[in-house]
Design a protein around this ligand. Structure first.
Ligand SMILES: [Zn+2]
Length: 361
């Protein structure tokens, strides 16, 4: 509840048999939260990246709670990112635990390295098309290549369907697919306790990146990651959750307010990009540089994902079009209208704005 102190919130989480284990990662995001669900089956939600240091910490933190890796009976994977799934294979092999993940995600996890290579190739092609130089693309590919070691293949023994209810002893978790941050983001809803395990779908201190990823069904078409994300956020906004547990950072006790802030931020960012496009046609990379300077080079794929996601909103609403010169894509405005004349850019309408509008009495 909104007026609970952090200590009270943590007490409720503990009373629900949920313990957080904060596992170190080599990434900028810092530690990843994995969650131990006590009771039967003893369940771990996410595992941390594949490193000796992460494994040590996982062991020690489990030990301090009176458990061993060998005691785990089920490991749930929330999504395809390596800071969350890297240790799954080791944990599952040591414990004999079942591994559960969304059915759409299972082939990705089972073929981890192979698919990642294709991801890189398509990411490189996308970066070229949006004006990132060969040199930067090559440097980034080396970084992603070295990151790959933090992930791992694992066998998914319990594929989950969107909407299915996982019965874990006295705990019922509804599986809800929430694509956007990644195509496989899955949240787990405990309706009885009003607790949502949300992983990276919603994070208190940072907005979740709508990273461009290859579609899980193998289709060649690029999905609109931010559009998917905003649609997913709307569904999460409807849940009467009292506590949202994230993949990084602290628990969220007022998810509706946080989601509304995210909608406002994405609207503003799209407007800002529109202003830049209005000055003259620009590539995605030029837009990223205008917004983030050097970060657009060191984090070229991440910032390009942000730009493309927001420009998708503008293109879908008819304010911007893509101009392809056969080499790179540039964005240009379709009219002279100003940024404050664009109106609501949230797909299907911003639910906050709808609530604020005076309705029929
Ligand atoms: Zn993630």
């Amino acid at each position: 509840m909104k007026d609970e102190t952090p200590v009270e919130v943590w007490q409720r989480i503990t009373d629900a048999g949920i313990r957080v284990l904060r596992i170190p990662t080599p990434f900028q995001v810092g530690r990843v939260n994995t969650y131990l669900l006590e009771g039967e089956p003893l369940t771990l939600v996410d595992s941390g990246p594949n490193s000796g240091k992460a494994l040590d910490e996982l062991e020690h933190q489990l030990e301090s709670l009176g458990h061993r890796i060998e005691d785990l009976e089920l490991v749930i994977i929330t999504h395809q990112h390596i800071d969350h799934l890297g240790l799954v294979d080791i944990v599952a092999k040591r414990s004999g635990a079942e591994v559960a993940a969304l059915d759409l995600l299972a082939p990705f996890v089972e073929n981890f390295g192979d698919d990642a290579e294709r991801d890189d190739e398509e990411a490189a092609a996308l970066m070229h098309r949006h004006g990132i130089s060969e040199e930067v693309v090559r440097a980034l590919r080396q970084v992603t290549g070295s990151f790959r070691a933090w992930g791992s293949k694992a066998r998914v023994t319990r594929p989950l369907r969107d909407g299915e209810v996982l019965e874990l002893g006295n705990r019922r978790l509804e599986v809800q697919h929430r694509p956007g941050h990644s195509p496989s983001d899955t949240v787990f809803w405990d309706e009885e306790r009003r607790i949502l395990l949300a992983a990276d779908h919603l994070i208190k201190h940072i907005s979740s990146n709508p990273l461009i990823s290859r579609p899980l069904d193998g289709s060649a078409e690029r999905t609109q990651a931010l559009v998917a994300y905003l649609e997913s956020l709307k569904r999460t906004r409807e849940l009467p959750a009292e506590i949202v547990l994230s993949g990084h950072g602290e628990p969220i006790t007022d998810h509706v307010t946080l989601i509304d802030k995210r909608f406002a931020m994405h609207q503003r960012r799209a407007e800002k990009l529109y202003e830049l496009i209005l000055e003259g046609p620009r590539t995605g990379h030029e837009l990223a540089q205008a917004l983030w300077g050097d970060v657009a080079v060191t984090q070229a794929f991440l910032t390009l994902s942000e730009v493309i996601g927001h420009v998708d909103l503008l293109v879908n609403a008819g304010h911007v079009r893509e101009v392809d010169d056969g080499d790179v894509i540039r964005y240009e405005a379709t009219s002279e209208r100003s940024a404050d004349e664009l109106g609501d850019l949230i797909p299907g309408g911003n639910p906050t704005a709808a609530a604020a509008r005076p309705g029929p009495q």
